[in-house]
Design a binder for this molecule. Structure first.
Ligand code: KG4
Ligand code: ZN
Length: 335
């Protein structure tokens, strides 16, 4: 079953053709980094306009690279939310039009659940049940996953998402946008113990994340010691301290969920989303998994960030289960 996936939830215009929810025939991603870099973050209005320019060439490129025509497709999948409304609407309008014109079934995909599916587009997919940690620019969510379409939220961030914290702290450190990869690069030459940063915990909600206090702590450190910004080693040390605090928050809660979960039979952890590309996070996860014997599943780097292959993969499972999007259905921003 050949599915064309379409993704326009944030600042990546993407299209992909995936066979049977498993095999990627093509995956095209047009990023808008350079467009938003000057503003230090994604400008929704500009993102939507760029999606409008890019979407048809990106879809054509995905079809060409897969060597298929629209007529040969069995279905379409599009990100319905969460994301930026003006951006989502572009992908949705194109998907509905193609579905209508070519009489193809259309699946409306939840962006975060699609991130989880990225780990199934590898040579070594996990089996169910498992715990999934989705760490992206907009969300930090822990799920118990019992099947492709069976996901239960176990915990989330009560304030900033992990990726958002990377982006905000990168701005404080004057590193520009996107923040995650720049902090990672700088942190590689930093000493994490130089600036002790808080490790907030919510006692009554052990699986809830909170990153805004950490961002404030970095801001206060810089306010007290503005010289850090002009001292390359100190700046790298602060970046490393911040990164380590985020990694610890993510890994400790993921393992807590895993331990709780193991009472019900799972020792598999899947970590995905843009922040899952972070090398330090991947390293600590691997060490912890090796020590505890848990199975760890990480998508390859190119499938951690936003892409349409993961959208097509989830779309396949939805359509195979007979779940179709009503052509009257709208996009949603939160969820
Ligand atoms: O999943 P994603 O591509 O888009 C959303 O759905 O939000 O995630 C983007 C987020 C951004 O906040 C970005 O700074 C972060 O992922 N990110 C990273 C790294 N690469 C991307 N954070 C830390 N380290 C990285 N290497
Ligand atoms: Zn995403």
């Amino acid at each position: 079953m050949l599915i064309l996936g379409i993704e326009t939830s944030c600042d990546e215009t993407a299209a992909a053709v995936v066979a049977d929810g498993r095999r990627i025939l093509s995956s095209v991603v047009a990023t808008q980094f350079e467009l938003h870099a000057a503003y230090g973050g994604v400008v929704p209005e500009l993102a939507a306009r760029r999606h409008l320019e890019n979407i048809l060439p990106v879809i054509q490129a995905a079809l060409d690279q897969a060597g298929v025509t629209l007529k040969e497709l069995d279905g379409l999948a599009v990100t319905q939310g969460p994301g930026l409304i003006g951006a989502l609407v572009i992908g949705m309008a194109v998907a509905k039009t193609l579905a209508f014109l070519h009489r193809l079934p259309l699946a409306g995909v939840h962006h975060l659940q699609a991130h989880i599916l990225a780990a199934f587009l590898t040579g070594k997919p996990p089996s169910f049940p498992l715990v999934a940690l989705v760490v992206s620019g907009g969300h930090t969510n822990l799920y118990r996953v019992n099947g492709f379409l069976e996901m239960k939220l176990l915990g989330r961030s009560r304030d900033d998402a992990a990726g958002e914290a990377f982006d905000k702290v990168a701005r404080l450190l004057r590193l520009g946008y996107p923040g995650g990869p720049r902090i990672e690069k700088l942190a590689a030459v930093g000493r994490a113990a130089t600036f002790p940063l808080p490790r907030p915990r919510i006692l009554e909600e052990p699986l809830t994340f909170s990153f805004s206090g950490l961002k404030t702590a970095v801001a206060l450190t810089l306010k007290r010691h503005p010289e850090i910004l002009t001292d390359p080693q100190a700046r790298a040390d602060l970046a490393a301290g911040f990164q380590e605090a985020v990694v610890e928050a993510l890994v400790s809660r993921a393992w807590l969920a895993l331990t709780k979960n193991s009472q019900t039979g799972s020792d598999r952890l899947l970590v995905c989303g843009g922040v899952a590309a972070n090398g330090r996070l991947r390293q600590v996860l691997k060490e912890r998994a090796a020590a505890s014997g848990a199975g760890l599943f990480l998508p390859p780097l190119h499938l951690c960030g936003d892409n349409a292959a993961m959208v097509a993969a989830l779309g396949y499972h939805l359509l195979a289960a007979g779940v179709r999007l009503d052509l009257e259905a709208d996009v949603f921003s939160r969820g």
